[in-house]
Write a protein that binds this ligand. Structure first.
Ligand SMILES: Cc1cc2nc3c(=O)[nH]c(=O)nc-3n(C[C@H](O)[C@H](O)[C@H](O)COP(=O)(O)OP(=O)(O)OC[C@H]3O[C@@H](n4cnc5c(N)ncnc54)[C@H](O)[C@@H]3O)c2cc1C
Length: 277
């Protein structure tokens, strides 16, 4: 059986750890060899018995111990059910699926995450800092201080890479009082970055996309769309000519330019119908 078909098969595993990261975000750790060996940007489908199956980025990969984690924002039925789960409960896993961030040639990297979007960016940042002659600037945004995901984890990581963190909150309770895209413009005007990696709400990523177009900087953005099969068959996660599950979830600025009538403007429901974002 090919590696892809093996990964696509549902297997079950026990939750071995739960950490409350913020009032609305929890990390759930489980044992799964394939997830533990995934690369930053890839996602899995998580089955919550009797509830639903939802896509989640891998936020920690520990191949030595076959451990991986997802970091879940509480938004609806499935994510609320995940928040109620306990150590020892069973979840189902399919994947890892999708592509990864590719920053192998970039020296000066900017990483920009909003809300639970930092889930896929944290392991990327940790990978970059292990490589020589890299510089990382991390822009972290949330509504309020207590919702700034992985702030302490990222402070330790970024200090290893001659880097810095710029944090923003909408209520001014930590860092700059603004949206995370505001310091981005200032930083782009002052410094040349080789690539920007972004994950967060789609409107935020659309603003990032517009700024990268204006400053001619390469972009890699991870999109979150409704998803059902995750193997390219059902079409639920389609954006323009792309399927997020098979062509993404990480898209380049060039690809996003091709779907800019839909990107940042519409989301699709499970019936395929478009709704304004
Ligand atoms: C590749 C990928 C990776 C993801 N990684 C993470 C992650 O690491 N952490 C995390 O918390 N979430 C992540 N998500 C989003 C997560 O899958 C959804 O929040 C989840 O499916 C919502 O399920 P629910 O039943 O709790 O909410 P629902 O009851 O289905 O929906 C609640 C609200 O959220 C909206 N919504 C539902 N699913 C999505 C979605 N996929 N994208 C945008 N809006 C959605 C609905 O339209 C509705 O407004 C990811 C999505 C994708 C496609």
């Amino acid at each position: 059986m090919s590696a892809y078909l093996t990964a696509a098969k549902l297997r079950t595993t026990q939750i071995v750890g739960i950490k409350t990261e913020t009032p609305t975000i929890k990390s759930i750790t489980f044992q799964d060899r394939l997830s533990a060996n995934a690369t930053p940007g890839q996602f899995i489908m998580v089955w919550i018995p009797s509830v639903d199956e939802v896509p989640m980025s891998l936020s920690t990969m520990n191949p030595k111990e076959n451990l991986a984690a997802i970091t879940v924002g509480k938004v609806g039925e499935a994510t609320s059910a995940l928040h109620r789960m306990k150590v020892g409960d069973i979840i189902g896993i399919r994947g890892p699926f999708g592509n990864s961030y590719n920053v192998t040639k970039a020296r000066n990297v900017m990483i920009i995450g909003g809300g639970s979007g930092l889930a896929s960016l944290a392991p990327l940042t940790e990978k970059i800092v292990t490589q020589p002659r890299r510089k990382v600037t991390l822009l972290l945004g949330a509504k309020t201080c207590s919702e700034l995901l992985f702030l302490e984890r990222m402070k330790t990581v970024v200090s290893k890479a001659n880097g810095k963190i710029v944090a923003t909150t909408e209520d001014g309770s930590y860092g700059e009082k603004c949206l995370v895209t505001q310091p981005l413009e200032r930083l782009l005007a002052a410094e040349k970055f080789d690539v920007i990696c972004a994950c967060g709400p789609e409107q935020m990523m659309f603003e990032v996309f517009l700024l990268t177009e204006r400053y001619a900087v390469s972009l890699q953005a991870s999109l979150e769309r409704l998803m059902r099969c995750a193997i390219g068959l059902c079409g639920t996660c389609v954006i323009g000519k792309f399927r997020v599950c098979r062509d993404g979830p990480v898209f380049s600025g060039d690809q996003l330019r091709e779907v800019k009538k839909e990107f940042g403007h519409f989301r699709r429901g499970f019936d395929g119908g478009k709704t304004s974002l």
